[in-house]
Design a protein around this ligand. Structure first.
Ligand SMILES: NC(=O)c1ccc[n+]([C@@H]2O[C@H](COP(=O)([O-])OP(=O)(O)OC[C@H]3O[C@@H](n4cnc5c(N)ncnc54)[C@H](OP(=O)(O)O)[C@@H]3O)[C@@H](O)[C@H]2O)c1
Length: 338
């Protein structure tokens, strides 16, 4: 059945939810033209209905009742932008079970449950997309699953976490100690009040697990990725690397040779000819090696309301266009088949 407008529910209206709302509102005309129908936010789920919000949306869109969203027949796509594993995973499962397509930015939940959610969406003929979960605005999941889909991917190397790249860049360029730069990053909003998931490498391991599933079809829990963060990197380490013409970066790597998958997240001294060595501050980047396309280097903003909202809105646009063209049930999943 063709639709004149596609209804969206945003689960969450924090950094990413409000950024997505702005992208959908401010670029509504071009999105509608590409899709062939209006793409309208019809509900926004939050925890606290009385919170002051810096981005304005009509009060009647807000609800704290997920059941009301499932009960609204004018909602076709649910975008999970809350974070955490539960209730995010249950809400995604229930949205699929109720016949809604799902978009998510939640690397933590998807790194653990992306396999079963993908299987469920395929069984039900629904789409699950999560471009924003890996490197924010950088279209790396789309690149791997569509444009590079006819390649054997042999290796992925990436700077997948902006907080740690910011800290290492400032330590290297200013000679400032770790604790001082971490505080600066927190003041500027690049680091969380609790930075553990970033500085210990767990956030990068979650994203690497999603890249591995998309590139190689392997399921690997982030807990099984060999992971070392940046808390042990000293100014002396950075100086010693610089003296040999190298730059230390927190690098997530995955490669597959003769069926053997190797994956790690760790600080690595990179020679200056590696393009990842030149990625500074909060930027993210991914270097993908393929058997036909050769090396592809992607760089951009890995976080922030509008860059991340851009990736979520891109997924919403793709799904909305498939709904309008009645092809959503036949779309390829983001993960490769093993
Ligand atoms: N921040 C980034 O730049 C970025 C980049 C890429 C991916 N991501 C991912 O995007 C997701 C969202 O991140 P964020 O930075 O936008 O988080 P955030 O600013 O903390 O916002 C979370 C939102 O979800 C709502 N929420 C949380 N738990 C809820 C629940 N149980 N029921 C109803 N609403 C709930 C909150 O409601 P209230 O407003 O009422 O508290 C809030 O609006 C996370 O998975 C994160 O890893 C973030």
């Amino acid at each position: 059945m063709k639709k004149e407008s596609i209804g969206i529910a945003l689960l969450g209206f924090g950094n990413v939810g409000s950024g997505t709302y702005r992208v959908l509102e401010e670029n509504a005309a071009l999105i509608s033209k590409r899709v062939g129908a209006d793409v309208c936010v019809r509900a926004i789920l939050v925890r606290d209905l009385n919170k002051e919000r810096s981005v304005h949306a009509p009060a009647e869109l807000f609800t704290d009742d997920f059941e009301a969203i499932l009960g609204n027949p004018d909602i076709h796509i649910v975008a999970e932008l809350m974070g955490g594993v539960e209730p995010a995973v249950t809400y995604m499962e229930r949205a699929l079970a109720s016949g809604r397509h799902v978009v998510s930015a939640n690397k933590e939940a998807l790194a653990r449950f992306g396999g079963s959610l993908t299987e469920r969406s395929q069984e039900l003929g629904l789409m699950l997309r999560y471009e924003a979960a890996v490197c924010g605005a950088i279209p790396v999941m789309n690149a791997i699953s569509t444009a590079l889909g006819a390649n054997e991917i042999t290796r992925i190397q990436g700077i997948l976490n902006g907080t740690t790249n910011y800290i290492l860049t400032r330590m290297g360029e200013e000679g400032a100690p770790y604790a001082q730069v971490l505080k600066q990053a927190q003041d500027l909003g690049f680091a969380e009040a609790d930075p553990t998931a970033d500085v210990e490498g767990h956030d990068a391991a979650n994203k690497l697990s999603l890249l591995i599933a998309a590139a190689f079809g392997d399921t690997i829990s982030p807990d099984n990725i060999d992971c070392t963060g940046i808390t042990g990197v000293t100014k002396d380490d950075l100086d010693a690397a610089a003296a040999s013409g190298e730059t230390i970066k927190l690098i997530a790597t995955a490669d597959k040779e003769n069926g053997m998958l190797r994956a790690s997240v760790r600080p690595v001294p990179l020679p200056s000819e590696n393009p990842l060595a030149r990625v500074r501050n909060e930027f993210n980047a991914v270097l993908i090696s393929c058997n036909m396309a050769d090396d592809i280097f992607l760089q951009g903003r890995g976080a922030g309301p509008l860059p991340t909202g851009s990736a979520v809105a891109g997924d919403l646009l793709e799904i909305a266009a498939c709904i309008v063209r009645e092809t959503a049930g036949r779309a390829l999943p983001t993960r490769r088949l093993p």
